[in-house]
Design a protein around this ligand. Structure first.
Ligand code: HEM
Length: 411
């Protein structure tokens, strides 16, 4: 793939499948595959009902083996990846954590593997599928708002699962002006234009504030007990997951089981870009997880993050220039990112830590848990995020290292 490095004069988003209008979102995703793939779509459009009636696995087992040769362009491949990944999550987790499967049948595994290879994505549901490529506008001219948006493919969890994916999409939408300003910062540093850099950093700060405001909608559209008890398991992977200690065999692809992490917004390229731009360094234990998440992004997006990291240091530029507005704009940006991470921690506490504590308490009191949505939650995930990390320590460490980017007064 062409990298912006090929033209060292100006850095642009163009080579990275990132646009000034849509950021990392797939622009106007296709809603239908070619007719050849009707058997996939017939199942994928009914995953919640088929899981509820315990029929998804049997329907998938009966599906014909379809060739991938009729998928002709990036958008068709992205929709195919979304469809196959959602079916895979439903297949694996249909019966919860107690009755998982050892293998994915070849009529699902083989095409999923091939489509994944073509896109450079792993054969599991990623943020790039569930969020970036999973939307349509009811009124194409209307705004990006929950009311005007619809998911293409869904999972069990009703309105809350819709809210979860769409609010995350709105965080991506809120970030678009920030993404647009990243090349402005880089080019400004390259040519020593402190005013341009300061202005672009102010724009990025505003967009990060808007991301935090969008994240607040999670509390409006997602019910914590539904997230904790139902949605989370369908986002879970088969790496470091005690419910699937051996991983998953992709039948017809490879005899040995394979391990992949579950879907997480840690796979969103946004904060990775901001960290690289602002010079935020994470300690080994956190960065190994965050770096692994980059393998779950479309390769062009991963390349953008890497290329940002190879640019002349913004932080050194700010330190070298005795320019108060520039320094203030840089500090504002770091503060907004810190506030976003702090707010995200409160979201995680409300959607995971609190329901986990309540479930433990109910179990201890040996209460009848049958009617409690949260009691359906997988025990193996109690202390873990969907990506498989020990969550609160991890998130607080990442947050604390964001603070290290502040430039001390004396320097
Ligand atoms: C109900 C909503 C959410 C919950 C419960 C949640 C939970 C988590 C958890 C448990 C992690 C730890 C890593 C893992 O195990 O996957 C994580 C990481 C992360 N999440 Fe979320 N998340 C939510 C929404 C979002 C949204 C909307 C975004 C924004 C795009 C986001 C961005 C991130 C990022 C960037 C990380 C990596 C850590 C960092 O860079 O600070 N999350 N999240």
């Amino acid at each position: 793939m062409a990298s912006a490095e090929s033209n060292p004069k100006t850095f642009s988003l163009e080579p990275y499948q990132v646009s000034e209008d849509f950021g990392f979102l797939l622009k106007e995703p296709l809603q239908e595959l070619p007719p050849h793939y009707k058997p996939w779509m017939d199942i994928a459009l009914h995953i919640p009902e088929l899981v509820e009636s315990h029929e998804l696995r049997s329907q998938i087992n009966k599906m014909p083996m379809l060739s991938c040769d009729f998928l002709q362009n990036e958008k068709e491949l992205r929709l195919a990846h979304l469809v196959l990944s959602m079916m895979t999550m439903g297949y694996v987790w249909q019966e919860g954590e107690k009755d998982t499967v050892e293998k994915l049948p070849c009529n699902l595994a083989v095409p999923f593997w091939k489509v994944s290879q073509s896109l450079g994505l792993p054969p599991i549901l990623t943020h790039a599928d569930g969020v970036l490529a999973n939307w349509s506008k009811k009124d194409p001219e209307g705004p990006f708002s929950i009311e005007n948006l619809e998911l293409l493919i869904s999972l069990p969890g009703g309105d809350s699962v819709r809210g979860f994916f769409l609010v995350t999409l709105l965080v991506e939408v809120a970030a678009v002006p920030a993404i647009k300003n990243i090349p402005v910062v880089i080019n400004g540093v390259r040519c020593g234009d402190t005013n341009a850099v300061a202005r672009a950093l102010e724009n990025i700060s505003q967009a990060i504030q808007d991301m935090t405001d969008a994240l607040k909608l999670m509390h409006v559209y997602v019910e914590p007990s539904v997230f904790y008890g139902i949605i989370r398991i369908f986002l879970s992977g088969w790496k470091d997951n005690p419910s699937m200690p051996k991983g998953l065999i992709y039948e017809g692809v490879q005899k040995e089981p394979m391990e992949y992490s579950g879907g997480s917004a840690a796979q969103s390229s946004l904060l990775h870009c901001f960290d690289e731009l602002l010079g935020i360094k994470h300690e080994e234990s956190s960065s190994s997880f965050l770096n692994r998440m980059r393998d779950y992004m479309p390769p062009a997006h991963k390349q953008l993050i890497q290329d940002i990291s190879h640019q002349p240091s913004l932080k050194s530029f700010v330190q070298q220039h005795n320019c108060e507005p520039l320094k203030q704009a840089y500090h504002l940006c770091v503060s907004k990112l810190l506030a976003l991470r702090n707010y995200h921690i409160t979201v995680v506490s409300r959607f995971i830590t609190v329901p986990a504590a309540r479930t433990r308490q109910l179990r201890k009191q040996s209460q009848d848990l049958e009617d409690e949505t949260i009691a359906k939650a997988p025990i193996a995930l109690e202390e873990r995020g969907t990506g498989g990390s020990g969550i609160m320590n991890f998130l607080k460490t990442v947050r604390d290292h964001t603070k290290d980017a502040f430039i001390p007064e004396t320097s």
